[in-house]
Write a protein that binds this ligand. Structure first.
Ligand code: KIV
Length: 272
């Protein structure tokens, strides 16, 4: 399908949807730069999210609110350059789509045109239906995001589990059905009870991608830097660390410093 890499079959939104029908779990991760995205893609995930978590992970902000559309395009462009197979989805940042569907469309079009990504993700339900519908009408695939939506952190006041109460759970279920009805190709469910994830996943035909949402989602996503153990301080219950890169990197850098100070680096073979 790709002009540049004819041997590799690209993952499309249709393939993601067929995976749900087959009962095959969908693996997703975030990436924000060229080097990491190349590794993640080659390892074989189906979907790479250029998340606005770049605001925390890459820029060190406390929340996802400060990241701009230009910064998201910078990250997305770097990721797209590296990726040969995975579907690349990009977060619309805070303030670029809420309350004004025309602005939402312009934001989505900018991201698609300038980065070459394949789809966008928006946080929220009924409140942003007009924005989602308008973006979809331009032929841009949309991924929804319900449950804990970090762009609304100042409304929630905390990052704890969402939709434990029946009224919030009911609204989330209705929002999920709306996302399916208007034509979203999938949705993220963040930090909600596993039983609610099961209910939602059985109630909609589009794939659900969980983070802190239990085993019943059709796929899973984690922030790459969390999975790799780069940030030691972040250890929520849902996170499984697959490596201790913080430790490995610290050891490597300490050894380098030791060799420089001890004058053993560079040696003759490493010189011209
Ligand atoms: O921005 C992000 O990384 C996300 C994931 C946590 C789903 O939205």
């Amino acid at each position: 399908m790709s002009i540049h890499t004819p041997d590799i079959k690209r993952v499309t939104t249709h393939i993601i949807q067929e995976m749900k029908i087959r009962g095959e779990k969908i693996s997703c991760l975030t990436a924000y730069d060229y080097s990491m995205a190349g590794i993640v893609d080659a390892a074989g995930v189906e979907l790479i999210l250029v998340g606005d978590s770049a605001s925390n992970v890459m820029a060190g902000h406390e929340t996802t609110l400060p990241i701009t559309i230009d910064q998201m395009i910078y990250h997305a462009t770097s990721v797209v350059r590296a990726v040969k197979r995975a579907l690349v989805v990009v977060d619309l940042p805070f303030g670029s789509y809420q309350g004004n569907s025309r602005e939402a469309l312009n934001s989505a079009i900018r991201i698609m045109k300038e980065s070459g990504a394949h789809a966008v993700k928006l946080e929220g339900g009924l409140e942003i239906k007009d924005s989602i519908t308008r973006i979809l009408s331009a032929g841009v695939p949309v991924m929804g995001h319900l449950g804990l939506t970090p762009q609304s952190i100042y409304k929630f006041g905390t990052y704890t589990v969402r939709a434990r109460q029946e009224t919030e759970a009911q609204k989330l279920l209705e929002d999920a059905k709306m996302l399916e009805e208007v034509g979203c190709f999938s949705m993220v469910l963040e930090k909600i009870p596993a039983s609610l994830t099961k209910k939602v996943s059985e109630s909609v035909t589009i794939p659900t991608i969980g983070i802190g949402a239990g085993q019943h989602a059709d796929g899973q996503i984690l922030v790459l830097h969390d999975l790799l153990g780069i940030n030691k301080a972040f250890k929520p219950r849902f996170l499984r660390r697959y490596a201790d890169l913080n430790g490995i990197m610290t050891d490597a850098i300490s050894n380098y410093i030791k060799d420089v100070k001890g004058k053993s680096f560079p040696n003759e073979q490493e010189s011209y």
